[in-house]
Design a protein around this ligand. Sequence first.
Ligand code: NAP
Length: 514
Amino acid sequence: MICTPIAASTPDDLLAALPVAAAAADWLELRLDALHNLSVEAVLRALHHVLPRRPRPVVVTFRPREQGGFRDLSHADRLRFWHSALTTPAEAFDLETDLIAPLLPTYPPDHPVWARVVVSHHDFQATPADIHAFALAHFPPHAGTVKLAVKVNQPDDVCRLFDWLTGTPSATPSTWQKIPVGMGGLGVLTRILGPAYGARWTYSTGHDGRAVAPGQLTATELRETFRLSSLDRHTIVAGLLGCPVAHSLSKDLHNAAFAHLGLNWVYIPVEVSPDDLAPFLRDAIHPRTRRLPWTVGGYSVTLPHKVAILPYLDRLTAMAARVGAVNTILVSGQELIGDNTDVAGAMRPLQQRFAVEGEPVAVLGAGGAAQAVVCGLVAAGAQVTVFARHPARAQDLGARFDVPIVPLDDFHGRRFVGLVNTTPVGMAGYAEGACPVPPERLEGLAWVYDLIYRPRHTALLQAASQQGIATLDGLPMLIAQAAEQLARWTGRDVPETILFAAAERALHSVRPAP
Ligand code: NAP
């Protein structure tokens, strides 16, 4: 169940938003505290006007600023509002915990309205240490639903939220439906997997795509990318560990592949800071120690963890050991194995287009992607030279693969057949429109391969095309390394056309800024 908040500033906008929000949502949250400059009576009139026109069940919310709402509200205003609002036929009412006691004289615990009440507690700083005890102390036993929206600061917080959701200590009222909401990067697991483990619903961003709480996903993403309605306790969980992960296309590729193959798997990118890497591996992934209730199928690894993760794995494949970096975690029995599909991903599209054996090839940059490219090129018999803006930093790479490291300014295409750009120069958000080497220095090359895929046609590739040089962009590498990961996790091959279509869709969809 997906609940989409509508935070409109006027009653007319609220009405107009109903069908928009209803397109992908199961429930609508009417954030009446977002209505600007209206008296309590005017807000109630708006509610009475909207309710007969609701296309989905609604939960009514009227939250004061100090509890995360949009406006200042006195305690007396809130009570006046709720005394009247609770008599309406809305399907649910979200009441903050401090309102329960004052409402009891009018609505005693056995009053039927409590079945429609969601009692909520918000904490934008932390998760309670003992959630079961906290819930028993703060949520009334007669509430139909209880919601805990809290900031998760560490993997342990996520584990305890799932423990609360799935556990039923004897003192917990058995009638409670629960909604755990983990706010922040790690909280994405509660947002996507909560309903599969019994949460009454999960909140999406607002109907206009803007987040009304940190970490929300759009209703369309939840429904179409993550296939929320088909997830259950048998769903196998894969994902991406990185920081940041928001702009990764991996979720689009892998989830489209799972859907195409009919696999009950989901792929969830999780923003894991360097400090959280070891605890996340322990609590959420490692088969010997994990505390979260699902089966883990495998993980992708991206910046900044590709090397930092090595000490926490039980062993490495020969390829990961040769590259010295891991982009794929395999779960095998009780072991975590580090693998690397970047080499195959980089080389497969390249070798499908151009012959490299015995050819002189220049590699620009000496970072993580360069390691995989150099490893693959050397194994394929190319004569590799690495050009780096800080050659001293690249000495390890040179020594590991026995290739020369040369200052970037010394690059000239006449000495090479092919050029691979592994620097981010030209990437969206990083010197977009710039070329990592002066365009006139490309002269003499037969082909140029740019690992950047956003945009696909970088300034470097445009300059090469203009000079009649063959080009290859970074999207086929992204697709190929994902296809390799999928095959290693699931034993299944997915047609690359499915992955290309998913990538194209994601590259062309624009998400509004939060
Ligand atoms: P990285 O580890 O940060 O390495 C970047 C390299 O580029 C470093 O050697 C860095 O040099 C150099 N560099 C950065 N800015 C530069 C500049 N202005 N001029 C010259 N050199 C510069 O990053 P990465 O993981 O290797 O990724 C690099 C690029 O490859 C990114 O655009 C990424 O999107 C792309 N990539 C694509 C795929 C794919 O599937 N298509 C996969 C992986 C990566 P210093 O050491 O001096 O900073």
